[in-house]
Design a protein around this ligand. Sequence first.
Ligand SMILES: Cc1ncc(C[n+]2csc(CCOP(=O)(O)OP(=O)(O)O)c2C)c(N)n1
Ligand SMILES: [Mg+2]
Length: 609
Amino acid sequence: MEYLKNQYSERDGVEQPFFAGCFGIFGHGNLAGFGQALQQSPDFRYYLVRNEQAAVHTAVGYAKMKNRLSTFVCTSSIGPGATNMVTAAAGATVNRLPVLLMPGDIFAQRKVAPVLQQFESPFSQDISVNDCFKPVSKYWDRINRPEQLITSLPEVMRVLTSPADTGAVTLCIPQDVQAEAHDFPVEMFEKRVWHIPRPRPDKATMLRAVELISTAKKPMIIAGGGVIYSEAENALKTFVHSTGIPVAETFAGKGSLSYDDPHNLGAAGATGTEGANAISTEADVVIGIGTRYGDFTTASKTAFQNKKVKFININITEFDAHKHSGLALTGDAKVILEELLEKLEAYKVDDSYRKRVAGYNKSWDEKVTLAYQVEDTKVISQAEVIGAVNNFSEAKDVVLCASGSAPGDLHKLWRTRDSKGFHLEYGYSCMGYEISGGLGAKMACPDREIYVILGDGGYLMMPSEIVTSLQEGYKLTIILIDNNGFASIGGLSKSIGSEGFGTKYLYRDNKSGKLEGEQLPVNLAMNAESLGAKVFKTSDIASFNEALEKAKLEEQTTVIHIKTVPERKMAGYGHAWWDVPVAEVSESEAVQKARENYDEQKKNQRYFF
Ligand SMILES: Cc1ncc(C[n+]2csc(CCOP(=O)(O)OP(=O)(O)O)c2C)c(N)n1
Ligand SMILES: [Mg+2]
């Protein structure tokens, strides 16, 4: 703990402690070692959470808001406490966000084995459930002798602070080793600053990229999370204003440009806007910046239809920079954009192309205005809820979401005015991230209102951190959209001919044996109230707007409960396809029909060489 307390990060001259403290839940596997150390270090604050998975989401939400320059430690006991963290650890690594996991581990000494909660293996005594962290961690270590920490901890920090390699790092320390004494060298505990570099790419590759862009007639940029993590927003704006190259945004990259910038096409891919999807279909050069090219961004590899399309990928991670057989500009987005602009000062897209893009930006915003408009004052749609929150919130406030049908609608409809204002965990899209991740975002940015938007499914998965938010005095405004089940997956199921099977929160009907009975007597508003939240139950747009006003005045976590209809959804545009394979053989005619459509769509899918 003393070592971790003394680790700092620095980028562009701004320095901060790398760890803001430690989340955790104690059990026999960590209370006598880590617990004792934390008790002794009140300046390295310990936060009791309700679920170890939530702890990791909270750390990740924090790290995302801090552009990966700071995060938390998460400690658990051995066994179930540890494996509870695996899900969120995968989420951290998928989203390239740093978090240090310190699960306790089974006795190194082995004398008492099997200790309570030990998972035994008949073929090796060198296995514990902590081995489950290996595939989801960017660095993993088990400390069987105290002095191993001397060489392990610098590796932990190297990976966590590496913009290219960061993700979940797991350091397992057996419960007996945690309690051992050792004479560590004092130098180990001196302040250490980890300087976050802005690496520049290979010169020859840079020249090839400049050449390729110079010949492009219909270039476009796909802006991913890397733009924001690199703080390259201004460099991007200057670059696109000079060259006229339009920008479409991924979930993590939304907010790279202001929504009303005439070069902004808005959301890319499966949940993309009309303009983004029309331009990507024709684009001859695609410049991906800080994107992993997830299937939502590429519309499952159908978004880019120009036969001769070439990719240039600006990415800190070599692995991503090479995707789609791209010219790999491996390095930092900000400095690369600055250098590219110097070399492309004379390059401009045609005026007609620039105008066409500006037209898309404008016509899309008109669509957003329409979607925000209230159609029916009794049954409110999700788009209207999003509109109300967007209209009410300030530019610096944050909308935060992870799963369900809201992410797609938000991607399309949220008017992002501040690059940190759109916080979507859509790499792992983990139900349960919403409230816990929201808490992390609020801890990182206490001066911003955090609007957590989540469904009834997401809420039921993990409402627990409402309690932690109250305990620590961090206010969230939670918009709970209750539509009796999984609108998203229900809709997807219908689209493949399966009638929304198993996606509604209803009683089992005894006659049919199906989940088609009466509505369940679940009262989520009351549930939130019982956890200590201030709750506003709303039924129409007027009461919802009133609740937003009242919630703003609250100092503690507030839940605004609203019932919406699951059916009203935003349309898809152009190649807005998501590859979800439909059964090739089925007794259902609807499935057979869906399969026909699937086979048709599949023809648009491409490889890039
Ligand atoms: C942990 C986890 N399990 C399953 C899924 C698959 N999934 C995605 S959305 C969803 C339903 C979400 O329901 P709800 O929060 O009510 O949102 P709605 O679809 O109604 O908008 C499910 C089951 C997931 N994303 N995360
Ligand atoms: Mg729902």
